[in-house]
Design a protein around this ligand. Structure first.
Ligand SMILES: [Zn+2]
Length: 429
């Protein structure tokens, strides 16, 4: 889930919001201000209902964040690196960099989330009782009671034994502990996740269809998300077990065909690279042999034919900062999560119609990994303009390897995946 707005770091964990979190805030605020509060405590001003409802929605978000932070903190204590937390439409997501090392660690990381929500529910219940004893406004007590109830509901729902919910992780930890086979455990938890997802979709639609109750759409949406996430989790687990510790260099194409950044698209096309070479993306090199970006067939095609003689490769390439990179010795297992994140971001933005060649790159939100790759930012477009005279260095195979900057190109061959996201660099060490 992309981060739209960063909230900085809390307890050392990067926290952000996705724009879709506004959907929960709006739904909760409207439900409380429009029906819940006025029907329970009529006679107050509309402004008061709305202000209190908005405040309750924000405190609810904060309690979601506490749930995710608990996962993140316990994950770190158990040796699992945390990339960050993002709150979005269906709640929060703590992105863990790797899997829990043992069933015990998995259990602790998963269990602390629902326990935190349960604790929050208890604290709000206590506050509500205290306010009631102090004869506080019934409306305020109502809001605090709602916060208590929603946190208990959150704890119970998340504890359902179905992936990707926390209860699904608990189930997986249990199966893993019992069988010693993490893959089998993942399959079990994923099957439970799909079953729960379908149950929610069917009952949600049944409520809409037979009960004429539109609120059934919400569980149906969550069910739909569960089916997708559980399926993805199982698929990734299968992939992981197949890939094992295969290093990136075993699956990359070594010595890929490269393109000089100052060549024009006409030069590039004159070499006829598409026929003899099976790649649809080509690393772009600067004059000193360092990598500047990736030229994709899609971007060349999107440039009008009459402009190709005057457009340089640098102008249309995807800059290095937008491309996923990896080191040859790095295990494929480490590369996969980054690739999945990039593909997800790409699908997400292409559904918003942002994938045309002239618009920003679909994966612009995916950071280039810093640890094994080249510098995050290559030179900005235009800074090499003075070099355009020495343009037509021919396409060359092997140039990259000689300079030691790029040793290969990895590509996936899933036809559903857009070319631009399907290929990425493997710079040398
Ligand atoms: Zn959780």
């Amino acid at each position: 889930m992309d981060e739209t707005l960063s909230l900085g770091r809390i307890a050392g964990v990067r926290v952000g919001l996705n724009w879709s979190v506004l959907v929960i805030v709006a739904l909760v605020t409207v439900a409380l201000a429009h029906s819940e509060f006025p029907s329970a405590h009529p006679g107050h001003s509309a402004l008061l209902y709305w202000a209190l409802a908005l405040l309750a929605a924000i405190v609810f978000l904060a309690s979601l964040l506490a749930h995710e932070l608990a996962h993140a903190v316990v994950a770190r204590r158990n040796g699992v690196q945390v990339d960050g937390i993002t709150l979005w439409m269906l709640g929060g997501a703590a992105r863990l960099h790797s899997e829990a090392p043992t069933p015990g660690a998995e259990l602790r990381i998963a269990a602390v989330g629902p326990l935190t929500s349960l604790l929050a529910g208890g604290v709000f219940a206590g506050i509500a009782a205290g306010l009631h004893a102090l004869h506080a406004s019934g409306l305020v007590v109502e809001a605090v009671v709602w916060l208590s109830a929603i946190n208990v509901m959150l704890a119970v729902f998340n504890a359902l034994p179905a992936a990707p919910l926390d209860g699904g992780r608990l189930l997986r930890a249990y199966l893993w502990h019992r069988t010693g086979d993490r893959l089998r455990a993942t399959r079990g938890a994923s099957a439970a996740g799909r079953a729960l997802g379908w149950f929610m979709v069917l009952t949600g639609f049944a409520a809409v269809w037979f009960g004429h109750n539109l609120s059934g759409l919400w569980p149906a949406l969550i069910g739909w998300f569960l089916i997708g996430a559980a399926t993805t989790e199982a698929r990734q687990a299968e992939l992981r077990s197949v890939l094992g510790s295969v290093p990136v260099h075993r699956v990359m194409t070594p010595n890929p065909v490269t393109v000089p950044d100052t060549a024009t698209l006409a030069d590039f096309l004159a070499e006829g690279p598409f026929g003899p070479y099976r790649h649809s993306a080509f690393p772009v090199l600067t004059a000193d042999g360092s990598v500047a970006g990736l030229l994709t067939v899609r971007r060349v095609e999107a440039t009008p034919a009459q402009a190709r003689a005057s457009t340089t490769v640098r102008e249309v390439m995807r800059p290095l900062a937008e491309i996923i990179t990896a080191a040859p010795q790095e295990p494929m297992l480490d590369l996969l999560p980054r690739l999945e994140a990039a593909l997800y971001a790409a699908r997400w933005s292409s559904t918003k119609g942002a994938s045309s060649a002239s618009s920003p790159s679909p994966t612009s939100a995916v950071p280039c990994p810093g640890r094994a790759g080249p510098p995050r930012r290559s030179r900005t477009p235009g800074s090499s303009g003075t070099r355009s005279m020495e343009s037509s260095r021919a396409l060359s195979r092997g140039t990259l390897n000689q300079t030691g900057r790029v040793s290969g190109l990895v590509s996936t061959d899933d036809p559903d995946r857009p070319v631009e996201q399907a290929e990425y660099f493997v710079p040398g060490p």
